[in-house]
Design a protein around this ligand. Structure first.
Ligand code: ATP
Ligand code: MG
Ligand code: FE
Length: 350
């Protein structure tokens, strides 16, 4: 089976081709970061228009790179939600148009299910069941994933997402969006312990988290500094911030494994690309003789490959009638607001 995956929920157009036996054949990501930079954030209407310009060209590029043609496709998978309404509509409409023209099933995928299953493209790939830590720009959640399609929320951030905290810290230190990679690189030059920032909720017995107090602590430190532009000061603040986020996520991840008595941890979402976080989580999980899995580095932030792999899993789990129902008609439209637990499959199997 050959699946075309399309992601357009925010400011990245991602397109990929996955072959059910050969794996990922090709993927392309076009990011709109430079386009939105001048406005200090993502402008929804500009995002939608840019997705329209890119998506078919990227589709042709992945087909060419893989040496396949549209006629070889078995199905189209597309991000159904959550995300920006207009941006999602571009991907969903294009997917339906391709599906209608070629008589293919069109499968709607939850964006977070995509993030969560991106590590199926890593080698070795995780096996169910596992605890998933989803750390992205909009979410910080622990999930119990008993099997494909079964997502139980164990705990989440009560305010900011970890990625958002990275982006705000970057901004305070005078760096552009997305701040994650920049803060991470700066932190490498920082001295451990130079700034001890709070680790909110680290001792609470649940699996909830909070990152807004940490952001305020960074803000206060930067505002009070005599020389906030001093390179060593900036590096020390970045280091203090990264260490605090890493400590909280690591402590909570260990707690999640203990609570669920599971031994595998799958980390997903943009922040799972973070070097320091990867190292700390790996050490903690291995100390418990557990297994840890991350998506390939290029597939941590938004991309089409994670949507294609989630679509493939859905397709494999469908009956022939269910596949037929996804064909020839507009079976769904974009869902800007949609939680992963709402998207869990009816019987947890598929
Ligand atoms: P969501 O998936 O929750 O809807 P999103 O799609 O905007 O949100 P992602 O694309 O998964 O989020 O991730 C983007 C986030 O990841 C940004 O906040 C960015 O700063 C962060 N990020 C990317 N690389 C790194 C890194 N190396 N270290 C820390 N954070 C990072
Ligand atoms: Mg993005
Ligand atoms: Fe995302």
């Amino acid at each position: 089976m050959l699946i075309l995956g399309i992601e357009s929920s925010c400011d990245e157009t991602g397109v990929a081709l996955i072959d059910s036996s050969l794996g990922l054949l090709a993927h392309r990501i076009h990011t709109q970061i430079d386009m939105h930079r001048a406005f200090g954030g993502v402008v929804p209407e500009l995002a939608s228009r840019d997705h329209i310009r890119r998506v078919l060209a990227l589709t042709d590029e992945v087909l060419e790179e893989a040496g396949r043609s549209r006629g070889d496709l078995t199905a189209v998978a597309v991000t159904e939600g959550p995300g920006l309404a207009g941006a999602l509509l571009v991907g969903v409409s294009v997917a339906h148009a391709i599906g209608y023209a070629l008589g293919l099933p069109v499968i709607g995928v939850h964006h977070l299910e995509g993030h969560l299953l991106a590590s199926l493209l890593a080698d070795p790939a995780p096996r169910f069941p596992f605890v998933a830590l989803l750390v992205s720009g909009g979410h910080t959640q622990f999930m119990r994933v008993q099997r494909f399609g079964s997502y139980e929320l164990l705990g989440e951030t009560l305010d900011d997402a970890a990625g958002e905290a990275f982006d705000k810290t970057a901004q305070l230190l005078g760096m552009c969006y997305p701040g994650g990679p920049a803060v991470s690189a700066l932190a490498e030059k920082g001295r451990p312990g130079a700034f001890e920032f709070p680790r909110p909720m680290i001792h609470s017995p649940d699996l909830n988290m909070s990152f807004s107090g940490l952001k305020t602590a960074v803000l206060n430190t930067v505002t009070k500094a005599e020389h906030p532009e001093d390179p060593q000061f900036r590096a020390d603040v970045a280091r203090g911030f990264v260490d605090a986020v890493t400590d909280v996520l690591t402590a909570k991840a260990v707690r999640a494994l203990k609570k669920t008595r599971l031994s595998s941890l799958v980390v997903a979402g943009g922040v799972s690309a973070n070097k320091q976080l990867r190292a700390a989580l790996t050490a903690a999980v291995e100390a418990r003789r557990g297994k840890i899995f991350f998506p390939p580095l290029a597939l941590c932030t938004d991309n089409g490959a994670m949507i294609a792999v989630a679509g493939l899993k859905r397709l494999e789990a469908m009956t022939e009638e269910e596949r037929e129902a996804c064909r020839h008609r507009l079976a769904f439209t974009a869902k800007p607001r949609w939680t992963l637990t709402e998207a869990a499959h009816p019987d947890g199997a598929a």
